[in-house]
Each structure stands twice: as structure tokens, then as C-alpha cells.
Write a protein that binds this ligand. Structure first.
Ligand SMILES: Cc1cc2nc3c(=O)[nH]c(=O)nc-3n(C[C@H](O)[C@H](O)[C@H](O)COP(=O)(O)OP(=O)(O)OC[C@H]3O[C@@H](n4cnc5c(N)ncnc54)[C@H](O)[C@@H]3O)c2cc1C
Ligand code: FES
Ligand code: FES
Length: 1336
């Protein structure tokens, strides 16, 4: 018998993409929208950055016709999580749909490109789509609203400032006066003559024209067919149902009790992708009316279970305007919590029921729902509708609730509050925006009438157990008591007992989490007391004025900034682009999604996909590998291992045979490659790789630097650098102190993960490799050796990288070589692009460092001696670790003259992924240790650290500890200039006043200088080549050895060639970097690529000009084209190579003589911060940077590098914590649990000035290298935070020095602000427990 739903049943997916109708019969339910867009529709503008909703690179706009309101709704969505099946009846707009170079860019794209807001471009399409969606909903948003639109987007390159600046032009506050706006005047007044603040030509902005926006498909508006169909899609492993009524939904759930209900897929999607869960039946309840209603009742507002978090947010905000304040206490707390809940892309699709039913112990909403006693209605086919109260009995165990498996959560009632009721929510995370909570809480108190006597009291905490918990004993103990100060210590004592955490509890940070439970309560106590005071309720205790700032919710003013640089000399030719802020050459392609990265190359005929089989152990012998199950799976072609390497299975970046390509008998770290599965596509390759069985015999691993020291596990003998007579100087010093410091590592988190496409050419073993690498030549040579071929058969081609930062300098070879081996074996193209979690586990990162130091100094603050032992964690192979240590040792002086200095460097061998180059290359770690002891000196003497820094700065003509003379030396000039521009001395006084008036918020301000040596410390790498072809039409094809990874190298090189050839930049093109055009290239690294390649280009161009000279003289009034034509007919070669090697450098460690660096880049920064002493939260209020870039080749690119490096360094020092278990298992595997800075983390005021009048004879056109030197300036934030903590400790009676390691996460800050709350939780001694994660 056919039922109503049978007649409406459909197995055809219908939706629109960029206005085009897509019809797909029986779509695969496991396919995401992103996979569909990229693989099926070849719309590769939308990028895969993480696959878990955490980076926003995949953002698209989805539009829906809302039949109830007769309105079209537009919302941003993460295409990597959205199942394509959920798109039925919707319209998707991707970056390609709003504009293109051919048909004209959309103003959002245009302004982003013009404002220099795209560097590597991998994040860019997602950022464009977030902004575009905002504008579709709000054509003129406020600045505050605009800044919030990017909570769900990450960028690793730009430092965000230029993106916000570009988009600020769409806001209602934007002043058409641009940089002449009076708001900018204060800073600009300090500006010297001949400088400019204009990086962007705002007059050329394309105007907004909404008539050009894609039109919502009328078919979806006029017909409700798509909304009313009962969808059933059968896939390979999963069936997808989308019923339309509650009865159908209940029937399905009865039939498939284990079925998952999918609304946003933000939990299920992550579980399936990363936890490899299988859910054979998925039911989308998104069209069941009962789950979509919003109803205002006497008791509160009832939300259907499938109502999204964005809808709840909007509804509660309007309710807060409609109802009196006292009724909306819970609503306000939920709205505040949603402010910090994921990003828009997640909140737009994630539903409230999903949050409750997932029952995550760190759910942000569940503590609020428990604390307010929210009421749920649930129903199953077997049982009638019933009400369930969310109270202490609701969560029954890890991810278990009082709702049974076959029940559907219909709705939730959020109650009104009453007149004497107060309600608050709290959340603390690593990063404020889009981060999961470390601890969160909901708190509620009801008083008897107009008194302070507690009638009801509820507390609920997340992050303290396997479920959201209510400390019921504490709750009961407060009822009947007065709300006064005596309550605080009693509640704290009771909470400390009732919310225990063992020191090694999962998640770690036990003492911090426990302290937060008390801090939150204390904040709640003060907040309520303030409100009682305001209502004139008789009280015994009052909130002292210096406690007031503890309670307000977080506020951040819209960001502002300035960029000041030296204009080109008045006489410079108009066509000469050197020194001008011209935009990134690929900018337009990047903003329109047209820029091609490896995985955007269309699938080739016969192509296979590769998925790695990796070690799950840190150290083990491989007993057996059994791929048989995997080989029997659909689509699988082969398993490849060390047995398939025709040449040599070992390689080394510096030292030969440093590591194996495929591990043969022993694995040395988690994530080491053992083999690889080849299959017809990615899905099947990855699925099968998980089924390869590896048997191990586990061996004892060495994980941390301390483990390595204990075991004597080092690579090479320790190195030594020294000057003066250190021991005598210690004897003569007024003070000698000793200390230790640890600095954590850092994940590169380039937005494009490692990727390779290896294409065998079919003849003579020839192969072309398209690789996301900074090091084309190394890739070529290792591939050739592995294949047993001469290097001349292998061509490596690199168009662009979606970020590198050192992570693709050598480690790209780890992934490209197996790919080449597989392609060689099968004679078929093979592609691989790592998933984010694979990339993070397998590819290594910045070296963690540990230092033991002894420093001698005089009463004046003058440092006379230092003796430092530096240890780095190199991981399972030496890779570049020796050179990284060299640079750390060379930079141990930072910017200070320490006349007697000794530094020893030990490179530790451990069983972690091999650590490698990372922007700064050990320099920041060395300098950080110096700044640690400079700070210790200052505390010992009671001086401000900035005074000690100033006192010890190098002077012109001084020599470093390795004997290199500093001439010219711009360190002091940068320092003085930043002190002046930032108003440091005045603001320091303001900070002192603020600190004396506030107990629980403290500020700190400090100035930190930097000096960074430019050159590869490996001498042979200081060479470069270029190839310049001039074609008959006068156009020039330029090729050089450097790789474009977002840093604007190609743009700068075209500027250089333009000046050298005296032709406009438009005539010059760079296509790619390839080993068959410029051979034997050095990696694009060490900040030196502009210097080296620029000089090689000048060399080539000069030769060509010399050849053209005769034809120019024959026709002096001729054009470039005339000369080129004439030269061609005269048979003059119009093509040549250029070469350059840096003269006069080289250092010999054995003798301690020589000159390691070509020159130095200098800078100084002043940062002011505010910390929340109770939670460890912080805000950077202002940063001023003065950077010496010589004569800038391109101020827009240089300032972009400074801001980007600063924010990356900020992440290193303040936020990014790599977490690894004591047995070597990495926990931090994606943006969900590894936080890089987001938009909301940039300094509220961010001023960058390029030092005027700096010259540099030693690099191309007097410029200086810029990629790495500014990174360390972020230490100004770290040490300003240390100042603020110091002030808090003083208040609590803790005088003198204390140790603060990097990164200074909220945990470190909070626990350093020792007080009556942290006192409850002393840290147990090391070795008395097994920690959850360890400092590597
Ligand atoms: C990048 C990212 C950031 C996040 N940030 C946060 C955060 O800051 N705070 C936080 O708390 N969470 C966060 N989450 C977790 C997640 O977004 C939320 O839990 C969200 O509310 C889940 O809703 P959903 O609709 O996507 O659930 P889905 O994944 O669709 O479903 C989740 C579960 O709920 C069940 N379910 C759904 N509806 C019903 C129903 N009506 N009846 C019975 N069962 C049902 C499903 O069967 C499934 O088991 C984040 C997730 C991601 C990916
Ligand atoms: S790829 Fe989708 S959010 Fe990162
Ligand atoms: S430009 Fe944003 S990640 Fe590179």
C-alpha cells in the first residue's frame, strides 16, 4: 500500500551552485559539499584547509527561501562539513560565483586585493565569502559587526590588519577621507616629511553595486517541491533520509534506533572524518515543523531542537529588547556565551539539540541549561511526549543523557528569570574566538524578596569531569546564607573539595581548571553584589572600587592602525616600481579563487590517489605489515613500501642517510611513513590505509628535552661560541643569577597542507613533480636518488604555495618522494594532499628549546657576562636542527653587547616528528632566552626591563660575540624611535596608575628590540640563479630560484627586473619556479631570497642591457619593442642566465672566526597589554613597531611581512601549545585543539613604521630582508604580560622574580598570578604523577 510519504519520496538531489541547477540522482551521503564542488563541479576556488570547520577556507554562502517569512536568507557555511545531501532545495554561491578576473571582480574581492589582504591566498576565498555573506545581509555593517564576521576564518600570513582595513571601507563608520581622516591624525602628526601612510589607492575601489549580485533561483522561490520531498539517498555505506513530518521522523528512529540525526553535521562530520566513526543511517530532521518552531510562552521561549544557534541568538537578542531586563537574565547569558561559540559558519548550521545530545563535557550551552533548569520535550514512537528537566541527573555518563536512544529531542524551553534572580555564564579558552572551553560555567542565584538572603543557588561547570557537573553540596550549603564576603572563602573551599581533578587528568591543566572554578564563582559573586548594591538592597559587604573591573564582560574596541613608510625619492621615474607599495601580483587571482594550487590541478587521466600508512607508536620495531584487507577494498590498486624503492630508501637534508623514506624495520616517531595505499580516488585510498595492519614491538621512547638530557641522547657534539673571559667577569660582577627557561615548539599551520602530484612522462624514467615545496632542487635530488635515476630526468615545478614558513623547506620531501616512488612503480600520475591532522602529526614544527643560564651584571643594570646552555628538541632525524641551533647561538645576544659571553648548543635526539625550519630558524628561541635573563636582571635590580634593555643595546661599531662588527647599526635608532612614537614613558605612568586602581585587571607595557642576521649560515646556500628571456614582442619571461609562498617574492623580483631593464613591470611575467629553468637552487628561506635572487636578476638584466646597448644607440628615440625587434634581427641573444653569490661571508665554528652574516635587520616594538588576573585572559591594547628594512623594495609587502610575522610570533609566545603525551602521541592535530591567532587577537591599535634613512649597501637596491626578522618583536607582548603579572603578584604579596615560560597561555598567566584562589591548588612535584601532556 503506498503511503503519502511514498508518493513524495525522491532519490534525486537538486540544488543550485552559482545560479546553475545541479541534479544528482542518488548522491553519496558521505560526500561533503566541498568535495562535490571541487571534484564534481571543478570549482576549486573553495579550499580545504582543515576539514573540521576550524579555518574557514571552505566558506561558501548558502541561500534559502524561508516560506514563513517569505524572505531569502543568506548564511555562510563550512563546505567541508556540510553534507552535499543537505543542500537539497538550496542555492550555493562560491567565490567563483561573485566575480572573476575575466568578468570583473566583486568589490569585496577587489578591495581585499587592493588592500594587500592576500599573501599566499589560500585562506582568501573563504574570507571573501564571509565578507560577501555579511554584505548580502547587511549592506553597510558597523565596524564591530564586520570584525566579528571573521571569527570562523583563519589566515596564517597577513596578521589580519590589511584584511580588516580593506573591508572597513564597506562599513558605516568608514570615513571617505581615508588616511586623511581626523581619527588618524594623532599618529600621523608624528610622521616625518617624505614619509607616507598610503599603502592603498582607495580612490580606485570598485563601488558596490547590488544589482550585480547573483540572483536567487526563482524556481526555489516559486515551487515548494524541494522542501516537501521525502528524500532517501542510498550510498556505498550510508543511507540518508530526510523526512518531512514528526510521524515520519519517529517511524524512522524506531526503525533505526542507532541512526544519527544530522542538522549541522558539526559533531557527526568531525566524528566520521577524524574518529572514523561509521553511521550507516543518517536522518536529517531539518524539515520537521515541530523541530523548527520558536514559541514564546508564559515561562520563557521554547526552541525546536533543529533551530540553529544563529537563529537562537537573533531571537534572544530581540527578546532582550522586548522584555524587561529582569526577565532576560538567562537569555543574556546564552547570547554572551554564543558570542564565543565557534564562528558564524558553525552557528549558522549547528542546532541546539545537537549540542545537548552530544553531551560533550565541554559543551558551552549545557552548563547554562543545567544552571537555569531548562525543560526539554522528548518523544519516541513507543513513548508519548515527555518532559525532562536539565538538572544534575540529566547527564548520566560520558556522552550519555537521560534521553533514550530512540527518543527525539523536540524542543527546549529557556526560562525567564524573576525579579530577584541573577544569572551569568563564563567561559575560558586558549583563544577567545572560536575555541572550545577549558572550563565554562552557568551560575544562578535567587534571593528572598528584596534581601541578600539566598533562596536558590545553582552552579554548573563544564570541563571538570566527563559530564557537565553540578556541585550540589556547595549549592545546598549556600541556600539561606547572606550574599557577603564570608561566602567567598566557604564556597571556594567547598568547590575545591567537590570538583576534584587528579594532576594527570585528561585534558591536563588540572590546577588551572580547578582555579577557574573558583575564579568564575568570585566573578559571579562580585557581579551579583554590584547589582544588589545598585538596587539598594541592604548589604554587609560592598564591592571595593579597585575590584570593579573584575566583572564586566569582555570588550574590545574596533581595531585601528597606521603604516608609515618612506616615499620614493622625488626624481624617481614614474615607471620604476621599486619602493612603491604595488600589490601582490597574484592578488586578483587569489581573491577570485583562480589561483591554482597543487590540489586545484584537474585530475589527470589514469591518476591514482595516495594515502599514507603511518606509525601509531613513537618508538617500535615493526614486526609485520599486512595490507591484505586494504587491498581487497573497492578502488584500491596497490600497497607501496620500502620494497618498492628502486634506488636509495634513505635521504638527508644536510647529513646523508639521515632518515628512511619508508620505515623498513623500526619506527622512530608517531606518524612516520611505513607505506602507502594507492587507490582510484582519495576517499577509497584513505579508507583503505586505515585498514593496513601493522604489528609492533614497542621500545622505550625519548620524548622531551629533559628525557634526552637524562639519556644523553644528542646528535653531534655540542657546539660552542664564546667571547671575552666569562668566568673572570662573573667574579667581578655585582650580581650573578642563574635561571632556566623552556620555550615550546610551534606548528607551521600553513593553510595549504603538504601536497604533491607526481606525473611519470613515460620515457627514460622522466618524471614531472608538482610539489608544494620551498625547495625544488632538494625535491629533485632526493626523488632522483630514490628512483635510482640521474637528476636530469626529474623536473620539479612550483607555481605557488599556500604558505610555507619553513615547514616546506625540507619536510615536503618526506611526502613527495613516496609519491614519486608510487608513480614510478605504476607509471601513472599519483597525487597526495595531507589532511590537516596528518600534516600536523607527520611534518614536525618549530624546535622547542630549553636553556640553563647564568648571568653577571652590575648594580647599574649593565650585563657583563652570560653563560648559556641551549638545548633543542630535534626529533627523530637531524634534518636542519644543527643549523637551527647555530642560529640560536648566533642570536643569543639579541641586540645587546654582552662583553663576556659563552653559549653551548646541544641538539637532542628524540622520538617525535623531526623538527625543522620555521620562520626565525632558531633565532627567536635564542633571543627569547636572552630576554628571559634580561627580565631577571631587571627584577633583581628593581628596574624596568626596558631600562636594562636600553642600557645594554649595541652601539655602532660594537662587535658581536662571534666577532662581527655592527656597522652600520640601526638598533638604537629603532629603539629610540619606537619609544618616541609609542609615547612609552607617558603610557608607562598611566599603566602604573591603572594597576594601583585595579586589583583583578593589570596592565603591562614594555619595549623589546631585535637584531637578525641575514644569510644562510650554511655558506654554499648563499647563491642564486635567474633566467631572463626577452621575446620578440618585448615581453619578458623572468625565472629565478625563489618560490612564491605568499611573501610577495615574485612581485618584488618583477620590481627589481623592471628597474634593471628600465621597462614597466607590466611587460614582465613570472610563471613558476622549476628545476629545468634555474638549476641547483637554494631553498626559499632565511629571508634571503629577495637579496640573492634579486641580485641574480640584476646580473642577468645587466648582461641583456649590455647586449642591447648597440641597438639602443642606433635608435636612441626608439621604444623597448623597437630595440628588442632590432636585436632579434641582428641575431643578438635575448636570453641569459644571471648568478649571484654573497661575497665576504662564512664562519668556521672550529676556529670561531669569520663573518656569518651579510648584514643585520633591526627593529623594536612597544606593546601594552591588559590581563585578567582571575582567568588568565589577555588583550593586546596597542603595539608600535619600528622596523629597519633598509630602502624598502615594496613597503606594502614589507609591512605585510612585519604584521604577519608579528602575529605568528604572537601565536608562538602567547597561544600555540603543542600537546604531546608522555608516550609521544600528539594531541594537537587541528584547529579545534591547536589555536593560532585569529582576527580578534590583533592589537587593538597596531602601528608599523619603516625606519627612515636606513641604507644597506649589501643587498639589492639597498633593501633589507624582512621575512623573519620582525617575528621576535612579538616578545614585547610576552614581556608586557610578564610586567602585568608582576603587578598582580605584588598585590598578592609575592615580590621578586618568577619564571614564565613561553607560550604564556591563559593557564600560565592565571597560575602565575598567585592569589587566595590558586592557593587551594598547589602543583604537585614533578615525577609524582603522570602528566596528560608534556613540555617537549
Ligand atoms: C569548528 C567547531 C567549533 C565548535 N565550537 C563549539 C563551541 O564553541 N562550543 C560548543 O559547545 N560546541 C562547539 N562545537 C560543537 C558543535 O558545533 C555543537 O555541539 C553543535 O551544537 C552541534 O549541532 P549540530 O546540529 O551540528 O549537530 P550534529 O552533528 O548534526 O548532531 C550531533 C548529535 O546530536 C544528535 N541530534 C541532533 N538533533 C537531535 C534531536 N533533535 N534529537 C536527538 N538527537 C539529536 C545527533 O544524532 C548527533 O548524535 C564546535 C564544532 C565545530 C566543528
Ligand atoms: S576546511 Fe572547512 S573550515 Fe577548514
Ligand atoms: S594569505 Fe591567509 S593564509 Fe596565506
Amino acid at each position: 500500500m503506498s503511503t503519502e510519504s511514498d508518493t513524495r519520496k525522491s532519490n534525486v538531489l537538486i540544488f543550485f551552485v552559482n545560479g546553475k541547477k545541479i541534479i544528482e540522482a542518488n548522491p553519496e551521503p558521505e560526500t561533503t559539499l566541498l568535495q562535490y564542488l571541487r571534484r564534481k563541479l571543478f570549482l576549486t576556488g573553495t579550499k580545504l584547509g582543515c576539514g573540521e570547520g576550524g579555518c574557514g577556507a571552505c566558506t561558501v554562502m548558502v541561500s534559502r527561501y524561508d516560506r514563513q517569512s517569505s524572505q531569502i536568507c543568506h548564511y555562510s557555511v563550512n563546505a567541508c562539513l556540510a553534507p552535499v545531501c543537505s543542500m537539497h532545495g538550496l542555492a550555493v554561491t562560491t567565490v567563483e560565483g561573485i566575480g572573476s578576473i575575466k568578468h570583473g571582480l566583486h568589490p569585496v574581492q577587489d578591495r581585499l586585493a587592493r588592500s594587500h589582504g592576500s599573501q599566499c591566498g589560500f585562506c582568501t576565498p573563504g574570507i571573501v565569502m564571509s565578507m560577501y555573506t555579511l554584505l548580502r545581509n547587511e549592506p553597510q555593517p558597523s565596524i564591530a559587526h564586520m570584525e566579528k564576521a571573521f571569527e570562523g576564518n583563519l589566515c596564517r600570513c597577513t596578521g589580519y590588519r590589511p584584511i580588516l582595513d580593506g573591508f572597513r571601507t564597506f562599513t558605516k563608520e568608514y570615513c571617505q577621507m581615508g588616511e586623511k581622516c581626523c581619527q588618524n591624525q594623532a599618529y600621523v602628526q608624528n610622521q616625518e616629511e617624505g614619509t607616507s601612510t598610503r599603502l592603498v589607492n582607495g580612490e580606485a575601489y570598485l563601488p558596490v553595486d547590488s544589482t550585480q549580485d547573483p540572483i536567487f533561483p526563482s524556481e526555489l522561490q516559486t515551487s515548494d517541491r524541494c522542501d516537501s520531498e521525502y528524500l532517501v539517498f542510498h550510498g556505498e555505506r550510508v543511507t540518508w533520509y530526510r523526512p518531512n513530518s514528526l510521524t515520519e521522523l519517529l517511524d524512522l528512529k524506531a526503525q533505526f534506533p542507532d541512526a544519527k540525526l544530522v542538522v549541522g553535521n558539526t559533531e557527526i562530520g568531525v566524528e566520521m572524518k577524524f574518529k572514523h566513526m561509521k553511521y550507516p543511517v543518517m536522518i536529517a530532521p531539518t524539515h520537521v515543523p515541530e523541530l523548527l518552531t520558536v514559541e514564546h510562552t508564559e515561562q520563557g521561549i521554547r526552541f525546536g531542537g533543529a533551530v540553529t544557534l544563529s537563529q537562537i541568538d537573533n531571537e534572544l537578542k530581540s527578546a532582550m529588547e522586548k522584555y524587561p531586563d529582569y526577565k532576560t537574565g538567562v537569555f543574556a547569558a546564552v547570547v554572551e556565551m554564543l558570542r564565543w561559540f565557534a564562528g558564524y559558519q558553525i552557528r549558522n548550521v549547528a542546532a541546539v539539540a545537537g549540542n545537548i545530545i552530544t553531551a560533550s563535557p565541554i559543551s558551552d550551552l549545557n552548563p547554562l541549561f543545567l544552571a537555569c533548569g531548562a525543560m526539554l520535550q522528548v518523544q519516541s514512537k513507543a513513548n508519548a511526549r515527555r518532559e525532562v528537566k536539565m538538572d544534575e541527573t540529566f547527564f548520566r555518563g560520558y556522552r550519555k543523557t537521560a534521553i533514550s536512544q530512540d527518543e527525539i529531542l523536540l524542543n527546549i524551553l529557556l526560562p525567564f528569570t524573576t525579579k530577584n534572580e541573577y544569572f551569568c555564564g563564563y567561559k575560558q579558552a586558549y583563544r577567545r574566538e572560536d575555541d572550545i572551553a577549558t572550563v565554562n560555567a552557568g551560575m544562578r542565584v535567587v534571593f528572598e524578596g528584596n534581601t541578600n538572603v539566598v533562596k536558590e543557588f545553582t552552579l554548573a561547570y563544564g570541563g571538570m569531569a566527563v559530564v557537565t557537573v553540578m556541585p550540589t553540596k556547595t549549592m545546598a550549603s549556600v541556600v539561606g546564607r547572606s550574599w557577603d564576603d564570608s561566602l567567598v572563602s566557604d564556597v571556594c573551599g567547598s568547590l575545591a573539595d567537590e570538583l576534584p581533578l587528579s594532576p594527570g587528568a585528561p585534558g591536563g591543566m588540572a590546577e588551572y581548571r580547578r582555579s577557574l572554578t573558583l575564579s568564575f564563582f568570585f566573578k559571579f559573586y562580585l557581579t551579583v553584589l554590584q547589582q544588589l548594591q545598585a538596587k539598594h538592597v541592604p548589604l554587609k559587604s560592598k564591592v571595593p572600587s579597585y575590584f570593579q573591573s573584575a566583572t564586566p564582560t569582555f570588550h574590545r574596541d574596533p581595531s585601528k592602525s597606521s603604516q608609515v613608510y618612506q616615499e620614493v625619492a622625488p626624481g624617481q621615474l614614474e615607471q620604476d616600481p621599486v619602493g612603491r607599495p604595488i600589490g601582490h601580483l597574484s592578488g586578483q587571482k587569489q581573491v577570485s579563487g583562480e589561483a591554482v594550487y597543487i590540489d586545484d590541478i584537474p585530475k589527470l587521466h589514469n591518476e591514482l590517489y595516495l594515502a599514507f600508512v603511518t606509525s601509531s607508536k613513537a618508538h617500535a620495531r615493526i614486526l609485520s605489515v599486512d595490507p591484505s584487507e586494504a587491498l581487497a577494498m573497492p578502488g584500491v590498486v596497490d600497497y607501496v613500501s620500502h620494497k618498492d624503492v628502486p634506488g636509495h630508501n634513505k635521504w638527508g637534508a644536510v647529513f646523508p642517510d639521515d632518515e628512511e623514506i619508508f620505515a623498513s624495520s623500526e619506527v622512530l616517531c608517531q606518524g612516520q611513513i611505513i607505506g602507502a595505499i594507492l587507490a582510484e580516488d582519495q576517499v577509497h585510498a584513505q579508507r583503505a590505509a586505515k585498514c593496513v595492519k601493522v604489528e609492533y614491538e614497542e621500545l622505550e621512547p625519548i620524548i622531551t628535552i629533559k628525557d634526552a638530557i637524562k639519556a644523553g641522547s644528542f646528535y653531534l657534539a655540542p657546539k660552542l661560541l664564546s667571547c671575552g673571559d666569562v668566568d673572570t667577569a662573573f667574579d667581578q660582577a655585582d650580581h650573578v643569577i642563574e635561571g632556566e627557561s623552556h620555550m615550546g615548539g610551534q606548528e607551521h599551520f600553513y593553510l595549504e597542507t603538504h601536497a604533491t602530484l607526481a606525473v611519470p612522462c613515460g620515457e627514460d624514467g622522466e618524471m614531472e613533480l608538482f610539489v608544494s615545496t620551498q625547495n625544488a632542487s632538494e625535491t629533485q635530488h632526493v626523488t632522483a636518488e630514490a628512483l635510482g635515476l640521474p637528476a636530469n630526468r626529474i623536473v620539479v615545478r612550483v607555481k605557488r604555495l599556500g604558505g610555507g614558513f619553513g615547514g616546506k623547506e625540507t619536510r615536503s620531501v618526506v611526502f613527495s618522494t613516496p609519491c614519486a616512488v608510487a608513480a614510478h612503480k605504476h607509471g601513472r600520475p599519483v597525487r597526495v594532499m595531507l589532511d590537516r591532522d596528518e600534516d600536523m602529526v607527520m611534518s614536525g614544527g618549530r624546535h622547542p628549546f630549553f636553556a640553563k643560564y647564568k648571568v653577571g651584571f652590575m648594580k647599574t643594570g649593565k650585563i657583563v657576562a652570560a653563560d648559556v646552555h641551549l638545548y633543542s628538541n630535534a626529533g627523530m632525524s637531524i634534518d636542519l636542527s644543527s643549523a637551527v641551533m647555530d642560529r640560536a647561538m648566533f642570536h643569543i645576544d639579541n641586540a645587546y653587547k654582552i662583553p663576556n659571553l659563552r653559549v653551548r648548543g646541544y641538539v637532542c635526539r628524540t622520538h617525535t616528528a623531526s623538527n625543522t625550519a620555521f620562520r626565525g630558524f632558531g633565532g627567536p628561541q635564542g633571543m627569547m632566552m636572552t630576554e628571559q635573563f634580561v627580565s631577571d636582571v631587571a627584577v633583581t635590580l628593581g628596574m624596568h626591563p626596558s631600562e636594562v634593555r636600553e642600557l645594554n643595546l649595541y652601539q655602532e661599531g660594537d662587535r658581536t660575540h662571534y666577532g662581527q662588527e655592527l656597522k652600520p647599526c640601526f638598533i638604537r635608532k629603532c629603539f629610540d624611535e619606537v619609544v618616541r612614537l609609542s609615547g612609552f614613558h607617558r603610557r608607562k605612568k598611566d599603566v602604573d596608575i591603572f594597576n594601583s586602581e585595579n586589583r583583578w585587571k593589570k596592565r603591562g607595557i614594555t619595549v623589546v628590540p631585535t637584531k637578525y642576521g641575514i644569510s644562510y649560515t650554511a655558506l654554499h646556500l648563499n647563491q642564486a640563479g635567474a633566467l631572463v628571456h626577452i621575446y620578440q614582442d618585448g615581453s619578458v619571461l623572468l625565472t629565478h630560484g625563489g618560490v612564491e609562498m605568499g611573501q610577495g617574492l615574485h612581485t618584488k623580483m618583477i620590481q627589481v627586473a623592471s628597474r634593471a631593464l628600465k621597462i614597466p613591470a607590466e611587460k614582465i611575467h613570472i610563471s613558476e619556479t622549476a628545476t629545468n629553468t634555474v638549476p641547483n637552487t637554494s631553498p626559499t628561506a632565511a629571508s634571503a631570497s629577495s637579496d640573492l635572487n634579486g641580485m641574480a636578476i640584476v646580473n642577468a638584466c645587466q648582461m641583456l642591457l649590455e647586449r642591447l646597448e648597440p641597438v639602443m644607440q642606433e635608435n636612441p628615440k626608439g621604444s623597448w619593442e623597437d630595440w628588442v625587434k632590432a636585436a632579434y634581427f641582428k641575431r643578438i641573444s635575448l636570453s641569459t642566465t644571471g648568478f649571484y653569490k654573497t661575497p665576504g661571508i662564512g664562519f668556521d665554528f672550529k676556529t670561531g672566526t669569520g663573518k656569518p652574516f651579510n648584514y643585520f635587520s633591526n627593529g623594536a616594538a612597544c606593546s601594552e597589554v591588559e590581563i585578567d588576573c582571575l582567568t588568565g585572559d589577555h588583550l593586546v591594547l596597542r603595539t608600535d613597531i619600528v622596523m629597519d628594512v633598509g630602502t624598502s623594495l615594496n613597503p606594502a609587502i614589507d609591512i605585510g611581512q612585519i604584521e604577519g610575522a608579528f602575529m605568528q610570533g604572537y601565536g608562538l609566545m602567547m597561544m600555540e601549545q603543542v600537546k604531546t603525551s608522555p608516550s609521544g602521541m600528539m594531541f594537537t592535530r587541528g584547529p579545534g585543539n591547536y589555536k593560532i591567532p585569529g582576527f580578534g587577537d590583533i592589537p587593538v591599535e597596531f602601528n608599523v613604521t619603516l625606519l627612515k634613512g636606513s641604507v644597506n649597501e649589501r643587498a639589492v637596491y639597498s633593501s633589507k630582508a624582512i621575512g623573519e626578522p620582525p617575528l621576535f618583536l612579538s616578545a614585547s607582548v610576552f614581556f608586557a604580560v610578564k610586567e602585568a603579572i608582576m603587578a598582580a603578584r605584588e598585590d598578592a604579596g609575592h615580590h621578586g622574580n618568577f619564571r614564565l615560560d613561553s607560550p604564556a597561555t591563559p593557564e600560565c598567566i592565571r597560575m602565575a598570578c598567585e592569589d587566595q584562589f590558586t592557593q587551594h591548588f598547589p602543583k604537585p612535584a614533578e615525577g609524582t604523577y603522570q602528566p596528560w601532556f608534556v613540555d617537549l
